[in-house]
Design a protein around this ligand. Sequence first.
Ligand code: ADP
Ligand code: MG
Length: 231
Amino acid sequence: MLLNIKELNKTFGDLHVLKDINLSVGKNEFVAILGPSGSGKSTLFQLIGGNQTPNQGEILLNGESINGKTGFISYMPQQSSLFPWRTVLENVVLAAELNGKPDYEEAKLWLEKVGLAEFANSYPIELSGGMKQRVSFIRALLSKQNLLCLDEPFSALDEFTRLKMQKWLLSVWEENRKSILFITHSIEEALFLADRIYILSKRPAQVKAEIKVPFSRPRDESLLETNEFFL
Ligand code: ADP
Ligand code: MG
C-alpha cells in the first residue's frame, strides 16, 4: 500500500471530527471518499497533507510516518488557495518552485490541456470558480508526488465541464501512473471514477463502508479522447 492510515483520531477542542479512521490507497489505485458535509473529509486531507496533526493514530506513506509533515503528497484543497498577487502561471509553478524546479514550459502545456492557455498571465480574480479549480488542479499535479489528493475538485464546474474534467482526470491518471484519493459528495462521480469507495458517517466521521467498485470503467479511447475537450 502507498498510503496507510491507522486508527486516526482528530478533535478540535470538544469537537470530535475523525474517529478511528482506517483507510488505505494502493499503488495506481483510484480511491474515492464519500461523506456528508461537515463530517470531517477535508480535515482528513489536512492531516494527510501535514497541515494538521492527529490526536491519535498513524499516517504512513510507503511505510514511513508523515504525521505533521508537509510536501509528501500532491494536494488540491477544497478552498481555492491561489495567491491573488500571482498570475495563473506563477501560481501553477508554485509547488514546483518550492522543490526548486519550476518548469514554465511544462506548466504552460498543462494550462493548454485544460483550456486555460490564454489566461496564463491573468490574475485569479479574473477567473471563474471553475477556472480557479482547474488552475489549483494543475498546481497540485505539478508538485509531482505519487499520491494526488483532490478535495471536491470539480464541485464548482458546470455539468459539461465536469464530465470533461472527469474523463481527462482518468487519462492523466492512466498516463502518469498516479495514486488518487478523491473526495466527492457525488455517488455517481465516485462510481464513475474510483476503483474503491470509502463511505464516511456524519461527524465524528467513521468509515461506515468500503466498496470495491464491481465493474470496470468504460475505457475505450473515444471516451477518453481529450482533443475536443475545452471549448
Ligand atoms: P467536510 O469536508 O466533510 O465537509 P470538514 O473536515 O471541513 O468537513 O469539517 C469537519 C468539522 O470540523 C466541521 O464541524 C468544521 O467546522 C470543523 N473544523 C474543521 N477545521 C477546523 C479547525 N481548524 N478548527 C476548528 N474546527 C474545525
Ligand atoms: Mg470538505
